[in-house]
Design a protein. Structure first.
Length: 367
């Protein structure tokens, strides 16, 4: 889909390489500028998983010679992605102004937690800090538990990498019609707050309250996870009345008057306790069988290895483990085709000769 798009990515952690992986999964030519010496991360002999489908050249951007190579690469690219703290690129002599002089159409993507401006812009932080400040962490977990979310998914990936990828594509479309690039300021606080607008629409309709445990998606007995008798977990989100009725029938509670008024908030805690006891009385496998084939909107909570073995996930070829590395396939998919097997990741500096040779040819051709 993105065969005519080239992205130059500067090695970073988390959301920036995830965004460029997403673009590579969609067919973009992503050249990762790795450091010459690997940082103390979980890089393996197979390279970094988030580098799959990319090419690698190692440069020391604190040296004039290697910085010159990067500056030669930029005019061949549609976009640049960096994930440093604000000011680092400027100190390296690679500010947006410098890069746009080299390549006016360049889309300059900047991935941070706090954003390029504001009192906290230069401050350290991580996923939980960003979504804690943005408001996105507030409704996480049951009302009687401390807020917690799946690691990295709300801030780093949802509020960060995905917004960076969309911003890069929007900027590239603009540049192709105008010849003028732009700077994409992708901040996890911005993206994670923006992700809350569905909840804010419910709030405007009186369906969501600031107080935790009092709203249709974070308080009811029919919208939460339960622990099963074998230690597994089961998810329930029977929001619509017809699905709630099916849920009660499968649970054997359709004739129980206590459960009749789905939206009576004062009943939610007691009904939650009753359902918790019921789910704890049987194994996850038992409840999975009870709800098999049902529209009751209830199902097991699986770990990634279990998800890879699940029949529906297998039918869509979502998970695989090439060379023993568990990973999900590219998404979304197009025209009903199953995703290709995930490509391998390059070794650090693996493609130096090919990239430099290609660059010389492009320069000779006057590109």
């Amino acid at each position: 889909m993105l065969r005519e798009v080239r992205i130059v990515e500067l090695e970073a952690l988390g959301p920036a390489p995830f965004a460029s992986m997403l673009l590579a999964d969609l067919g973009a030519d992503v050249i990762t500028v790795h450091r010459k010496v690997a940082p103390p991360t979980l890089e393996t002999a197979q390279g970094k998983l988030l580098d799959r489908g990319k090419r690698s050249i190692a440069l020391n951007l604190k040296t004039p010679a290697d910085t010159a190579i990067l500056k030669r690469l930029l005019p061949t690219a549609d976009g640049l992605i960096e994930g440093f703290r604000p000011g680092v690129m400027e100190r390296l002599g690679l500010s947006p102004e410098v890069c746009h002089k080299l390549c006016p159409k360049l889309v300059y993507g900047r991935m941070t937690g706090w954003g390029q401006t504001g009192p906290k812009a230069a401050q350290a932080g991580h996923d939980l800090n960003y979504i804690g400040l943005s408001g996105a962490l507030w409704y996480a977990s049951a009302p009687d538990d401390v807020p917690i979310t799946p690691p990295t998914l709300v801030g780093d990936i949802g509020g960060g990498a995905m917004y960076l990828a969309v911003g890069m594509l929007a900027g590239i479309l603009k540049a192709r019609s105008t010849g003028v690039g732009c700077v994409v300021d992708a901040a996890m606080i911005d993206g994670s707050a923006h992700m809350m607008n569905l909840m804010m629409s419910l709030r405007a309709e009186g369906e969501f309250k600031t107080e935790r445990g009092q709203s249709v998606l974070d308080g009811p007995h029919w919208s939460r996870c339960y622990r099963c008798g074998d230690g597994g977990y089961f998810s329930v989100q029977a929001l619509e009345p017809k699905f709630y009725a099916l849920f009660l029938k499968r649970m054997g509670l359709h004739a129980d008057g206590d459960f009749a008024n789905q939206h009576e908030r004062s009943n939610w805690p007691a009904l939650t306790a009753r359902l918790a006891a019921l789910f704890a009385s049987q194994s996850r496998a038992h409840w999975t069988a009870v709800f098999a084939g049902s529209d009751a909107c209830a199902g097991p909570v699986l770990n990634p290895e279990e998800a890879m073995a699940e029949t529906h996930m297998q039918a869509r070829a979502v998970w695989s483990a090439p060379k023993g590395r568990l990973q999900a396939a590219a998404a979304p998919r197009f025209d009903g085709a199953l995703p290709a097997s995930p490509p391998s990741s390059p070794q650090r500096d693996q493609d130096r000769d090919a990239i430099l040779s290609e660059l010389a040819q492009l320069e000779m051709a006057g590109r």
